[in-house]
Design a protein around this ligand. Structure first.
Ligand SMILES: [Zn+2]
Ligand SMILES: [Zn+2]
Ligand SMILES: [Zn+2]
Length: 235
């Protein structure tokens, strides 16, 4: 896949179009009810700076938290937004986050902060920047998973670290674009740091044994798949 093909695939994805349209709408709200320059800048910077921490917390303690599949109500969501992605990491349809989870998350985290900093205008700015940052995250995630070899060294490193999260040990490298919080919380690793491959890297701990107690994800998935994704029939 060339870079151009990757960009084309990316912009065709409905969620990306939705983020871009909504972020344009938020800039519209900002133009209608602008905040002064300094609060606007602070809102924008806070939204972008806060994002990697929010993602880290969600990825580590929600998506890998071993509790979502235990509740019937959360099991389908968990399956859609993370279990399926680890089961088959290069499958495009589940590569992107689901709007019904990403949009409320962005609003819950950023609307109050933006409003506190700069009223309606500050809130609109924070949401617009949060949506654009989401687009950036999804773009990097595309680079990491699609058959594209980045030439830039920082992108190649970013890809290698996320690949380690998917194919070596899922209990580290939770960042997508930014591994600052992994380093701060001690979950950052390079492949040679961890000799043993994790046995739960594809099933996230949702083993056939666990499925006996919490069957909802298995029911929705037609059983519990084991083994390497490339050796399983692609659904
Ligand atoms: Zn991934
Ligand atoms: Zn993960
Ligand atoms: Zn048991």
């Amino acid at each position: 896949m060339t870079f151009k093909e990757l960009v084309v695939a990316y912009f065709q994805y409905p969620a990306i179009i939705a983020y871009l349209v909504l972020s344009a709408a938020m800039f519209g709200v900002y133009a209608w009810q602008p905040a002064p320059l300094v609060p606007s800048l602070i809102s924008a910077v806070v939204a972008v700076a806060f994002y990697p921490l929010a993602w880290y917390v969600l990825h580590r303690w929600v998506l890998h938290g071993q509790w979502m599949y235990k509740f019937k109500a959360f099991a389908p969501v968990w399956k859609r937004i993370h279990y399926d992605h680890h089961q088959d990491p290069n499958h495009l349809e589940v590569l992107f986050g689901a709007l019904y989870t990403t949009l409320p998350t962005i609003v819950i985290f950023l609307a109050p902060i933006g409003y506190a900093i700069g009223g309606i205008g500050g809130m609109a700015m924070a949401l617009a920047m949060g949506l654009l940052t989401t687009c950036f995250y999804e773009f990097c995630h595309c680079i990491q998973h699609l058959k594209y070899k980045p030439r830039a060294k920082w992108l190649a490193l970013m890809k290698a670290r996320h690949m380690a999260h998917h194919f070596h040990d899922e209990s580290g490298n939770f960042g997508i674009t930014n591994f600052f919080w992994d380093k701060a919380f001690g979950t950052f690793y390079e492949r040679p740091d961890r000799q043993e491959k994790s046995e739960t890297v594809f099933n996230l701990g949702y083993t056939p044994e666990v499925a006996k107690h919490y069957p909802w994800v298995a029911k929705l998935s037609g059983g519990v798949a084991t083994g390497h994704p490339s050796q399983r029939a692609q659904g």
